[in-house]
Ligand binder design. Structure first.
Ligand code: OOG
Ligand code: MG
Length: 270
């Protein structure tokens, strides 16, 4: 039996193994009841395992900042997850579906944090630290069977974070984010549409939420960090082929999902 004290590393290990083997945690797996603090501790332990394998933190992401996302997943509280360099693909780059369980894609607004910020600092001004804004794509891939979870479970699973892609940075003063159309395409087909106003009314309104959550968790944003504000639309199943997100007046970000990105020893070829 695991005692409550063992729960955090145990959950982190199960979720880490699920991610690395692209095999979901079965609904039959005994699962401890986690409170939200334990769930965030599990997330931190999960990220620590990735850091121990050589990945580096590159920023933070918010989840459930839009009605569309909350309704789709049956969760109604803003959550925070942690991004590493191992999760980032280049603009126009490949997303290997073989490494993922049941990936979905969603459009994001990304902020570049130009000066280091300690979210626990009572005088923190996160908005003033922003030096870039970009369109983003996020690939989420719940490590739970059926993409089903409650709030503590999705928090422990690092908010389903799997991959992300950033478009070109624009200077914040060149960009209007007030009620701007957001379009997600698979190939030429529009698969989801929304507006930046769906993100808590305005994407910048996510910043105080991030400060509140991140401050409690003792999170920092070193200079050069990325913040994903949360999807304005529902997430859509990621299928092989090109996918893009466009935020009007801000830009477009592209990726290509591939069913088998075989390496030199793989069975690629024809
Ligand atoms: C959790 C991730 C939520 C967002 O943008 O709202 C998220 C999930 O939907 O599985 O990334
Ligand atoms: Mg997201």
């Amino acid at each position: 039996m695991t005692t409550q004290a063992d729960v955090v590393p145990h959950v982190a290990e199960l979720l880490d193994t699920a991610q690395q083997s692209a095999t979901p945690v079965s609904t039959a797996t005994p699962w401890p009841q986690l409170n939200l603090d334990e769930a965030y501790a599990s997330q931190t332990a999960l990220i620590a395992r990735r850091h121990a394998r050589g990945e580096h933190g590159v920023g933070l992401k918010l989840g459930f900042t839009s009605e569309a996302k909350m309704r789709q997943m049956g969760v109604d509280e803003v959550i925070v997850g942690q991004l590493t360099d191992g999760m980032q693909a280049a603009d126009g780059g490949l997303i290997d579906l073989g490494a993922l369980i049941h990936p979905r894609v969603e459009p994001e607004i990304a902020f570049l944090i130009g000066t280091a910020v300690d979210l626990a600092d009572p005088d923190v001004d996160l908005e003033a630290a922003i030096t870039g804004v970009a369109a983003g794509l996020e690939i989420i891939d719940s490590r739970y069977d059926g993409f089903r979870f409650d709030l503590p479970r999705v928090v422990a699973d690092n908010t389903s974070a799997a991959m992300f892609v950033l478009g070109p940075w624009r200077a914040p003063d060149e960009v209007d984010l007030d009620d701007i159309p957001v379009t997600l395409r698979a190939g030429d087909e529009v698969v989801a549409e929304g507006t930046t106003a769906a993100i808590l009314g305005h994407p910048l309104r996510t910043l105080p939420r991030l400060v509140a959550l991140g401050g409690r968790l003792g999170l920092r944003l070193p200079a050069g960090s990325v913040v994903l504000a949360g999807a304005a639309t529902e997430a859509v199943t990621l299928r092989p082929g090109p996918v893009s997100a466009t935020v009007a007046g801000l830009g477009t970000v592209h990726a290509v999902a591939v069913a088998d990105s075989a390496g030199p020893l793989g069975e690629g070829g024809d």
